[in-house]
Design a protein around this ligand. Structure first.
Ligand SMILES: Cc1cc2nc3c(=O)[nH]c(=O)nc-3n(C[C@H](O)[C@H](O)[C@H](O)COP(=O)(O)OP(=O)(O)OC[C@H]3O[C@@H](n4cnc5c(N)ncnc54)[C@H](O)[C@@H]3O)c2cc1C
Length: 362
């Protein structure tokens, strides 16, 4: 099996770096939980409105906090230990069905063949354009910005601070560092010209954010920034390439479990592939995967899109938070509906915790 990544590990990326514990038992069962990196343990949530009104909740399932810089590199090492070849610095820009399977071509004109191609290219990539996927035609209004900071903040708390046209999460990762990450609109940035000016004019209106931005130590000089974040529904397959993670569908970052969903969808897909490992019949693999994917994620993504609409505007955020403060069970319901059940380890003869699901030759 080969993993082809356009960047070189380790690298920073825009992400809140809060991973729902729904995948912890599964990661432990395949020896991929990063205990040695000492992730933070998070089980409390605070949500604030731009006015400073705040709401607290306990997170029953909880989460762990770890930087993508450390976690992705750790997973790369695990993939190599499990027998995968990891090819870095190679961007795939074409994929074609052949008689034997598939052929991928990279920007550097190298060719890679295999019986099956899994598209795990994230929210949006040049390969989506090549495959002419429908969501690529629509521009998305969102941008994401991330910093690593040192600050005074409880180690077990994730705070979601809302501001006009966006929200900002803060929670602990490894090494006494905190991840400060926000989502806002391109229009917000356009209006204010630069990220720094936008932060001062808009984010600072929330008193919690003003304190965080003005009293913390920022560990990089410029933030990580991404654009074109789309929550539109996507297809699970195009041109017989099967997608998992964000390339199959992205949940609003506010729900805080895109990574858990990406890991879970990879597990569902690998189960479907292993089930059909004798024929590698993509139609059968896709049918089984689609059924499982819909059962686990379709409803969750829809709720995520609704939650995304409630927050990020001053008036609706304030009203939603005040309403939720009177009906705390509603907040627990939203949290439970946007998070899944605990993902169990591989089961059955081909799924023992020592079986490496990706270790077949493709
Ligand atoms: C602002 C923001 C905050 C978020 N906060 C959280 C959070 O706190 N918790 C959480 O669980 N989720 C969060 N998410 C969501 C989370 O980041 C994603 O759901 C998760 O990263 C999806 O994983 P993935 O493997 O599908 O995609 P990615 O992590 O994006 O990985 C895709 C990989 O494919 C590579 N790639 C792309 N195209 C090509 C190509 N053509 N050839 C080769 N390589 C390619 C990319 O370089 C990348 O490394 C957040 C998202 C945003 C935007």
């Amino acid at each position: 099996m080969a993993v082809i990544e356009k960047n070189n590990y380790p690298f920073h990326r825009v992400c809140g770096e809060y991973i729902s514990n729904e995948v912890k038992p599964f990661l432990e069962s395949i020896d991929c939980f990063p205990h040695a990196l000492q992730p933070a343990s998070i089980d409390k949530l605070t949500v604030t409105a731009p006015s400073g009104f705040s709401l607290q909740a306990r997170l029953n399932m909880g989460a762990f906090g770890i930087s993508r810089y450390a976690f992705d590199d750790f997973l790369k090492t695990k993939a190599i230990e499990a027998g995968a070849t990891v090819i870095e610095g190679e961007q795939i820009n074409e994929v074609q069905k052949t008689k034997e399977g598939f052929m991928c071509k990279s920007l550097t004109q190298k060719f890679y063949s295999g019986k099956l191609v899994i598209g795990a290219q994230g929210k949006r990539s040049m390969i989506d354009k090549y495959l002419n996927r429908s969501f690529v035609q629509q521009r998305s209004p969102y941008i994401g910005v991330k910093y690593h900071i040192r600050t005074e903040h409880p180690h077990d708390l994730i705070a979601l601070h809302n501001f006009q046209d966006g929200y900002c999460g803060i929670s602990k990762v490894e090494n006494n560092t905190y991840c400060l990450c926000y989502l806002t609109t391109r229009e917000n940035l356009r209006k204010h010209g630069t990220i720094a000016k936008m932060e001062e004019a808009v984010l600072y209106k929330n008193p919690f954010l003003k304190k965080l931005f003005t009293t913390s130590e920022f560990l990089y000089t410029t933030p990580e920034v991404i654009n074109e974040i789309s929550f539109s529904p996507k297809s699970l397959s195009d041109h017989q390439v099967v997608f998992c993670g964000d390339s199959a569908g992205m949940i609003a970052p506010l729900c805080g479990n895109g990574m858990a969903m990406a890991i879970h969808s990879a597990k569902l897909l690998s189960e479907s592939i292993i089930q059909h490992k004798d024929t590698f019949d993509e139609n059968k693999i896709l049918k089984m995967y689609q059924m499982k994917w819909n059962a686990h994620f379709k409803h969750r993504l829809r709720i995520g899109r609704t939650v995304q609409k409630l927050f990020g505007r001053n008036s609706t955020t304030e009203i939603s938070l005040r309403l939720l403060s009177y009906f705390p069970f509603l907040l627990s319901w939203i949290i439970s509906k946007t998070h899944g059940e605990i993902v169990v380890s591989y089961q059955g003869t081909f799924h023992s915790s020592h079986t490496r699901p990706g270790s077949s030759d493709h």
